[in-house]
Ligand binder design. Structure first.
Ligand code: TMP
Length: 240
């Protein structure tokens, strides 16, 4: 499969066409962004670590029956993926209170959330990704009612699979964000990425933050910590 011209450049990944219209190349860059792109830095090896991390997690999800976009690793920083028509909403599940939930509702960071909280956000940096609900999504035609239900179901399935996976690596899956798209056959498929850039992971014993909050909050050792998480999970960081 030949990589062709750029389709889209996001804050941390670039998407390329290939010579097959059903497939794209995702390139994970070292760019690390927070606060809707207000803070951006290049962190050495981040692209490579996230590419391999994402491939590992997506493969685990596929094995557990979740349909994902990922086909295969192409290079240290690139993966081949199925082309999807992306739904412009972010699906967030929270097992523990942190981040914007703590600010919005004034609850204590670290409070266990049982049952877990599900939230939709509109993918729109200019509007700072406002929180939306099912009615906005259906009314504005961002997804059908059936797709909304399928996104919720799949996002909770992922929670069951990954909470367990991270727990075995001594980590708490605090929260995470997923994005879905529709493939050529009309099926809902998990797209985008699952990396420490888009979730919160805390060490089970010490509650040390081991995700992009290290970058957001200026805690340092960002990529070093992502590598520690990858090693605990058994993600291979060998050169491709
Ligand atoms: P939040 O606490 O900022 O709402 O984020 C919840 C989780 O979703 C957290 O793990 C970060 C992730 N997330 C993103 O990766 N990108 C986003 O644009 C948003 C809104 C959340």
């Amino acid at each position: 499969m030949q990589k062709q011209q750029e389709l889209y450049r996001g804050k941390a990944k670039t998407v390329y066409f290939t010579d097959n219209e059903d497939f794209l190349v995702l390139e994970f860059r070292n760019d690390t962004s927070a606060f809707d792109g207000e803070k951006i830095e290049q962190l050495d090896r981040k692209g490579e670590v996230n590419n391999k991390f994402n491939h590992f997690i997506m493969t685990k999800l596929e094995e557990a029956g979740v349909s994902t976009q990922v086909e295969k690793l192409l290079s240290d920083t690139e993966s081949l993926v199925k082309k999807l028509d992306m739904i412009p909403v972010e699906c967030v599940v929270r097992n523990v209170a942190a981040g914007s939930l703590v600010k919005r509702l004034g609850v204590e960071e670290g409070k266990d959330l049982a049952p877990p909280v599900f939230e939709f956000f509109l993918k729109n940096d200019a509007l700072h990704d406002p929180m939306i609900n099912d009615y906005h999504i259906a009314s504005f035609g961002w997804a059908t009612e059936a797709q909304i239900a399928a996104m919720k179901k799949a996002t909770f399935e992922v929670n069951g699979i990954l909470k367990d996976l991270f727990d075995k690596a001594g980590l708490i899956l605090v929260d995470y964000k997923l994005e879905f798209g529709v493939d050529a056959a009309g099926n809902l498929v998990l797209g985008d990425e699952f990396t420490p850039d888009g979730c919160r992971l805390w060490d089970k014993e010490t509650r040390k933050k081991m995700d992009k909050d290290r970058f957001r909050q200026g805690l340092g050792s960002v990529v070093e910590t992502y590598i520690e998480v990858a090693q605990r999970l058994g993600v291979s960081l060998d050169t491709i």
